[in-house]
Design a protein around this ligand. Structure first.
Ligand code: H53
Length: 808
């Protein structure tokens, strides 16, 4: 696509789509004109693929996810189309990056899980797999975070306010969804006993389609997000009676379903609306697949040959019961046949071992929203438990644990058990996690059928997280090994040959310094804190959660502060500690940790005795867009969760891919990152998962660690002294008391090994050539963590999916 053609396209769209002549066009107008031009090119590919996608023998994957976090589209689509440079030329002197930066991101997810879904769409498109991502078009995505007086303040997200050029509304594919009510039995015209669901209300799901273009691949996948609308805009009976508000109520009520994303990451919220959201998008998606299957002339007997459906965590697990309902109630298929098709259709990814994240719904709530599904789940469960009883006669404990219904106290529907029973395969998201899924989470299911368990270690797209975010490093790598590595990340290995090359190391350091200088400017503009780009950038960006242990990082910062105060001549490697991440609005401890970080920052940054040796920054509103500026500037990546708690992590991969060295525990994918990059290029500390379990089993007493370590005691006392809280000795007491009395996440036990390991980091950074060599080797050995590898594993081992043949 030549610059001239693009120039003409931009001018056309400015005139005819945006309606603003160039003389008066604002940067927002230009953004829109460029975005329309890019969308046209994506649509061209999408339309060209039509026949391939609709060929009778094409099987496709439907990726069902309550969250997608794609990030801004424009920059990435230009990159994937291979037209960034020509777009720049076409704009002759105008600032393309300014326009790219204007785009609001769709924050339709909380963190790792939603971003993973977006990376997988990028890879599915790049590798030419036929795929659709199905989800919810939340009107309000994840809240924007601002910081007031050190506390997190949530501000509503308004991503749709400027309009969304990338989506196309498809009212002709709308689906009607039932909710609530009751069921009744009847006899059909053939004399068969049947059940029908009489709902309380119906809602219409309208799909909005966003095509996602692959990297230099000629291929697109579809992101189809459902928006809830009222079945009728007004209830005319009420309206005619003059009850205007009553008439509008129904509309508002219906539209509530897709109104707002629940802002909890890994914490279940047993709210009716959340269950309705889950059912809403699942029901629309399953019906959409049935429509497509029938339209292609296939019978539903072959549904599982046309579609494989991946359940991204338990949020869409109700799909198992919904497909059964459709096949049995609507299409009158015998139960056994329907169950066979269902089991062959679904596979389930587990993303967490945290008990508070495992979804379960109180039976009365579930029954009042989905009365027919509850009956179907009882029947699935009855048949399943009969099988279990024949294999393990008399083992009532096992039966209770395997049952989809938790009957130990108040009764619940366990969504993970439903997903397990209804899927042919379950996978964890990192090698360690997948082992723990077998041994800790689902040991009884594993006994029953070990073959069903697989591992697919997560991956991230190198296009967005290196090609787009870090153009300096991308150019440097291109210069040494050519440019095809972005679609074949294993080729980064070729960089190993240059790890000891002093000239290359210098270039590498220069790029890192440029990235840090850019981030320093952003930090200054957004927080007012001035940081030195030549200091070590020590970065922890992720959701705020006690298990991720941002407060362990803070304990280290206070340790250094204390040391500097005690010894005014102390020399340490100057460091900038950078934090970013949102806390769930109802998660008190996480919000207090944010306040603690900001309070320590305020004290440390202003204290002249610190001599600028350490700076602490909390960068507000961590999201995909901001992450793209942060990863390239990191020297050190903090991956310090309690072993056994982080399922995988993906930020760990993005940071290492950008040349940060990791300080981390043997948790999640850290284990595999360390295996790949080499133990000598990774700063390991802390208890292993087994050691942690043993410690807990032996009666863990966190207070002993504190009292036995004067430096740690000093740190806790300093927090309790009110030094960081303007004399308020109680403000942070919930944190310190928890650490001394319970310490669920073993910070006290891991403190000393962590602080000592940080000392090694401090020494290592002084030898900049050696550090840079390690950094190069980290990048060179990250090939495994491409989402292309992960998606191929899903396609080959779970979905049995073939890519489209390349264009002739
Ligand atoms: O999923 C990521 C993992 C990460 C895990 C995260 C996650 C959520 O973001 C939300 C819910 C959930 O159950 C898990 O915490 O470790 O990398 C993608 O697999």
């Amino acid at each position: 696509m030549s610059p001239e053609i693009l120039k003409a396209a931009f001018a056309d769209n400015l005139n005819f789509a945006v309606g603003r002549p160039a003389e008066i066009a604002t940067p927002e107008d230009w953004y829109q004109a460029i975005a329309f031009s890019v969308r046209d090119r994506i649509m061209h590919r999408w339309v060209r693929q039509f026949e391939k996608r609709n060929a009778p023998d094409v099987r496709q994957v439907a990726y069902l996810s309550a969250e997608f976090l794609p990030g801004p589209h424009l920059g990435n689509s230009l990159l994937n189309l291979g037209i960034t440079d020509n777009a720049r030329k076409a704009l002759a002197g105008q600032d393309l990056d300014l326009y790219i930066g204007l785009e609001e991101e769709p924050g339709l997810g909380n963190g790792g899980l939603g971003r993973l879904a977006a990376c997988y769409l990028d890879s599915l498109a790049t590798l030419c797999y036929p795929a659709t991502g199905y989800g919810i078009r939340y009107e309000f995505g994840i809240f924007d975070q601002s910081i007031k007086d050190g506390w997190q303040v949530e501000v509503t997200d308004k991503w749709l306010l400027p309009g969304n050029i990338w989506e196309i509304k498809r009212p002709n594919f709308a689906q009607v969804v039932k909710i609530g009510g009751h069921t009744e039995t009847y006899t059909d015209e053939h004399g068969a006993f049947r059940v029908r669901w009489i709902p309380d209300r119906v809602v219409v799901g309208v799909p909005y389609d966003t095509p996602i273009v692959g990297y230099l691949s000629d291929s697109c996948v579809l992101l189809r997000l459902w928006s809830a609308e009222a079945a009728q805009s007004f209830d005319f009976a009420d309206f005619n009676r003059g009850d205007y508000y009553g008439a509008v109520e129904e509309k508002v009520f219906s539209e509530n379903i897709s109104k707002v994303l629940y802002p909890n990451d890994e914490q279940l919220e047993g709210k009716r609306l959340r269950l309705e959201q889950q059912y809403f998008f699942v029901a629309c998606s399953i019906k959409d697949m049935i429509r497509l299957c029938l339209r292609r002339g296939s019978t539903l007997e072959r549904f599982h040959e046309m579609f494989c459906v991946q359940l991204n965590d338990t949020h869409p697990a109700i799909a198992v019961a919904e497909l059964m309902r459709q096949l049995v109630d609507k299409y009158a298929m015998p139960w056994e046949r329907a169950w066979d098709i269902t089991r062959r259709t679904f596979s389930y990814t587990n993303h967490t071992l945290m008990p508070e994240a495992l979804e379960k719904w109180p039976l009365p709530l579930f029954g009042s929203v989905l009365p027919r599904h509850l009956e179907i789940i009882y029947e699935i469960n009855r048949r399943f438990l009969d099988e279990v009883r024949t294999r393990f006669p008399g083992d009532e404990g096992k039966i209770a644990r395997l049952s989809i219904i938790d009957e130990s106290g108040e009764k619940y529907v366990r969504m993970a058990n439903l997903a397990m029973v209804g899927s042919h395969t379950v996978n964890g998201v990192a090698a360690l996690h997948s082992e723990l899924v077998k041994t800790q989470l689902f040991p009884d299911f594993h006994d029953l059928d070990p073959k069903r368990f697989q591992n697919v270690t997560n991956g991230v797209t190198p296009r967005r997280f290196l090609g787009l975010s870090n153009p300096g490093l991308t150019r440097l790598i291109d210069g040494r090994i050519g440019d095809s590595w972005l679609s074949n990340l294993d080729r980064l290995r070729e960089l190993e040959a240059f790890a000891g090359d002093v000239g290359f190391q210098q270039d590498w350091m220069r790029v890192k310094l440029e990235n840090k200088t850019r981030l320093a400017r952003i930090i200054r503009d957004r927080t007012g804190v001035v940081v030195d780009p030549s200091s070590l950038f020590d970065i922890q960006v992720k959701r705020i959660h006690e298990y991720k242990r941002q407060h362990l990082n803070v304990l280290h910062i206070i340790t250094l502060y204390q040391r500097i105060k005690h010894d005014p001549r102390l020399q340490i490697t100057p460091r900038t500690f950078l934090f970013g991440g949102k806390a769930a609005p109802g998660y008190f401890m996480a919000k207090l940790i944010i306040k603690l970080i900001n309070s320590v920052a305020e004290t440390v940054n202003q204290d002249p005795a610190v001599r600028d040796l350490i700076k602490v920054v909390f960068l507000p509103d961590y999201n995909v867009k901001h992450a793209q500026n942060i990863y390239p500037a990191a020297d050190l990546s903090e991956q310090i969760s309690t072993a056994g708690k982080e399922a995988s992590g993906t930020g760990n991969m993005k940071l290492s891919l950008n040349g940060a060295l990791t300080i981390g525990t043997l948790d999640g994918a850290n284990v595999e990152i360390r295996e790949e990059v080499g133990a000598e290029n990774f700063f390991l500390f802390g208890l292993t998962c087994e050691q942690a379990a043993r410690l807990r089993a032996g009666g863990y007493n966190p207070g002993d660690y504190c009292h036995g370590d004067p430096e740690l005691r000093g740190v806790i006392e300093l927090i309790d002294s009110g030094l960081f809280s303007h004399g308020d000795r109680d403000l942070f007491r919930p944190i310190t008391a928890h650490l001394l009395e319970r310490d669920d996440y073993l910070l006290m036990a891991d403190y000393r090994p962590y602080v000592n390991c940080q000392q090694e980091v401090d020494h290592a950074y002084r030898d900049r050539h050696h550090w840079t060599r390690m950094s190069i080797l980290n990048v060179a050995r990250m090939g495994k963590f491409s989402s292309d590898r992960a998606v191929r594993e899903y396609a080959d081992n779970i979905w049995k999916l073939k890519p489209f043949a390349p264009e002739a």
